[in-house]
Design a binder for this molecule. Sequence first.
Ligand SMILES: [Zn+2]
Length: 158
Amino acid sequence: MYCHKCGKENIDSAKFCKGCGVQLVDTQFGSSSRKNKTSPQIVILIVLSLGVLTAILTNPSEAEHKSAVADLLKQSAFENVLETATESENEFEIAGSALGYSLGVSFVDRIVEMGVTRNNYLLFSTTKFNYQGKSRTVGYGVFGNVSISKNIKRAMQE
Ligand SMILES: [Zn+2]
């Protein structure tokens, strides 16, 4: 870097000229440090935008919310059959619970089709379960996954 007053060459980090003692202003260093300050902000902005975009694109559809609820209810119905089968010695009871399971599965499909809706919040969505006149939020979906609360079973038993 050369002194703007006397023209003597100084090292780039010098604050004062070693020839005339004037305060040196390093314009090049100043602008590059400003650039260094803005670039992390741009990177953060890009990462945030990509995250937002990904969230919008992977926000689960209503069909995904419906199938998540159906899976949970069918799984719990099947667990009930297994429980009866392991606890009961009575074949009629076991057959009855298996029959109950097949009826339960078609029942689940019907109430899920009619009762499960999705509230869309663009970046994520919530699962609404409308059952016997009551509407509850039973889960949420974000980044391609739907999470259903186990409380939905309680909601149906009430
Ligand atoms: Zn100078």
